[in-house]
Design a protein around this ligand. Sequence first.
Ligand code: DC
Length: 215
Amino acid sequence: MIITIDGPAGSGKSTVAQTLAKRLGYRYIDTGAFYRAFTLKAMRVGVNMKDEALLKQLLQETKIELRNSEGGTRVFLDGKDVSEAIRTPEVTGNIHYIASRPALRERLVEQQRMASEGVSAVAEGRDTGTVVFPGAERKFYLDAGVEERARRRYLELLETTKGITYQDVLEELKKRDERDTSREASPLKMGDDFIYFDTTDLTSEEVVEALLKKI
Ligand code: DC
């Protein structure tokens, strides 16, 4: 059984997908982590982000894995835990160089599918119901107003990022919405077979309960 949850940044996908996976005893697949981890690798190696041929080659030599631990799912890049390092604003700001390229997406999607082999899973991202797992048994789309999404993201970032302001977060989110929905390669969109939830006025627990009812 595969369940997919797509939606824009800050819609509550990650928390909901993780809780849902735990409640059902399914594996949690954070597809954004693959884009983040490879972006981090390219930044560390110092590859020109516009050099697609080199990025493709680098991706061939890159191993990204999700490993479950007691405190939640951890992200490993070439065997090293990068769970925190992939969440910095610098990484977020560079992801579009990777996420906009079909050839890179294809390879990252392969790795995401491999992560679900032989198990039931809850996958979360921008294209999990449309591209990664088109045959998923249940497909959800979580949404929320941009100000509410910025508020949630701001509260999260306050703990880790010095000097961050709400206005910065709001602007970054609007830019990311634009990139996620308008890119040619697998843009964020809702398919006909998706179930839509507006989470603006709901807690993540309420969303999880609503999804469980549908499942
Ligand atoms: O879910 P997230 O914030 O970790 O995702 C980071 C970026 O990765 C997102 O802005 C676009 C890209 N992404 C994507 O293109 N496709 C996905 N399925 C997941 C993420």
